[in-house]
Structures are given as C-alpha cells and as structure tokens.
Design a binder for this molecule. Structure first.
Ligand SMILES: [Zn+2]
Length: 259
C-alpha cells in the first residue's frame, strides 16, 4: 500500500483547523495577561532590577496599562497594573508610574498595529548587544524572529526622554522586535501574548547565537523555509497556546497574578 502524499499547504490547512478546534485558551483580562507576562518573563530570566517594562494599550484612546514602578516582575498582579495617559499621568490604580515607559508611548503613537510592548535587559540579549552584531536567526525554534528583528547599533542613552523614543521607533520600523545595542531587547506586537512569545524567543535566539558563535560561524537557513516557519509560529492560535503553556507554569506556583 502506498503512503498518501499531499502538498504541504494541505498540512498547513489541516493544522490551522485543528488548532482552532483544540487549542482553547482561558479568557483572561488584559491586566491579568500583563501580570502573567511579567511573571513568565521573570521565570525566563528577564529580571534586571528596576529595568524592563511591559505595557499594553488601554481601551480608551491614548491610555496604557503597565506594571507600577519598583516591583519585581514576579510580584506582578492584575491589581498592581496601573493605567496612564499619554504623558504618563496616573489614571487608575496605585503606585509610581515607570518614567522609562515614555519611549513606549512613541512607538504606540507611530504604530497603530501595536497593542503591547515588552522591553527587558535579559542576560544573553544584553551580552550580544555589546558586540555590535545583529542577531542571527538560524534555527526553527526562533523563526518567528526571521526578518522581524531590527537592530539599533548605537545606544542613545537612558530612554526617559523623547529623543530616545523617536530613535527606537525609527529603528524598529514595521518589525515586531529589536535588539538595542548596549541595552537589551524590545518587542512591539499586536497583543500581549505575541509580545511575550517574541521576548522569550529573542532571548533564546541570542543564547543560541552566542553558543554557536563561540565555536564557529553561523550558517544561514533558507529564506523560504524561514519565512514559512515564521508565519507558522505566529499563527494567532499557536501564539495563544504557547502563551498558555508558559502561563500554566507560572500559575502552578500560585494564582496571585490573576488577583
Ligand atoms: Zn531598558
């Protein structure tokens, strides 16, 4: 008996259909998802003292949710995510607004497609960022970054002013992520789930880059395969299921994030 052979597009169609049928994700509020994202990234080693911010666009125009300043990522709860306006004035919740979030506002103003931003200084992105090398995306697991990661080769200084916001916004262009020289990484995506996945995997890609480069040159992957894998990893259902996968580990430690 001969095996059934179908075109690959048919398998993509079947997989999408099954993802829609089987991959159910809980209906968390945006504040709960932001708190979960903070804790997921803490778990992934993205903590670096008071650096790093996770923000999401609010329902009302020019409003944004963010973790209040001074908290560890793993202290995030839905109740300590605060709402601010587009000049970082507190609108809802209690706590200090993170002054470093000003550059997020620049990105939101220029990218109506962006609804969530994650900026962190994780160890491998930080190490790669001081070499002056662009991130090499050369593995299936990190293909969601293929042609979707920009590079800012010069550090414009601590991003609490407007100038840094303009520079980073220009450098990221229409991409979902960016490696910032002498600084860290940033993901600017259509929702918090996608931004979380991009932030997790840019750090894993940077780790892979540094491990591989320590031994020899990195071989590129074929663009058509990489583009296919990029789109596959970023299917909305796949992104939702991956976020849920990481969230479950956080929730096994306790459910405070949701409170
Ligand atoms: Zn930073």
């Amino acid at each position: 008996m001969s095996a059934v052979i179908r075109p690959k597009s048919e398998y993509h169609r079947i997989t999408s259909e099954r993802m829609n049928r089987y991959l159910k994700t809980p209906t968390w509020s945006l504040r709960q998802k932001l708190a979960l994202a903070c804790r997921i990234l803490a778990d992934e080693g993205h903590e670096s003292a008071l650096a790093g911010q996770i923000t999401g666009r609010g329902d009302k125009p020019r409003t944004y949710w963010m973790l209040s300043f001074g908290l560890w990522f793993d202290e995030a709860q839905a109740s300590n995510i605060v709402l601010v306006d587009d000049d970082l004035n507190l609108l809802e919740g209690e706590g200090m607004v993170n002054p470093s979030n000003r550059f997020h506002l620049w990105i939101y103003r220029h990218r109506p497609d962006v609804n969530a931003i994650i900026h962190t200084h994780p160890p491998y992105c930080s190490a790669l960022s001081v070499l002056g090398e662009e991130l090499a995306v050369s593995h299936m697991d990190t293909a969601m970054l293929y042609e979707d990661v920009a590079f800012l080769p010069e550090w414009p200084g601590v991003p609490i002013g407007d100038e840094e916001g303009e520079i980073i916004t220009k450098a990221i262009g229409t991409k979902r992520s960016i490696l910032l020289a002498h600084h860290g990484q940033l993901a600017a995506c259509s929702n918090i789930e996608e931004a979380t996945i991009m932030a997790i995997f840019i750090e894993r890609a940077a780790r892979m880059h540094l491990m591989a480069r320590a031994i020899g040159p990195i071989r590129p992957i074929r663009p058509e395969h990489a583009r296919e894998a990029h789109d596959y990893r970023l299917k909305p259902k796949a992104v939702g299921a991956t976020f849920h996968y990481f969230a479950r580990r956080v929730l096994r430690q306790g459910e405070e994030a949701l409170e």
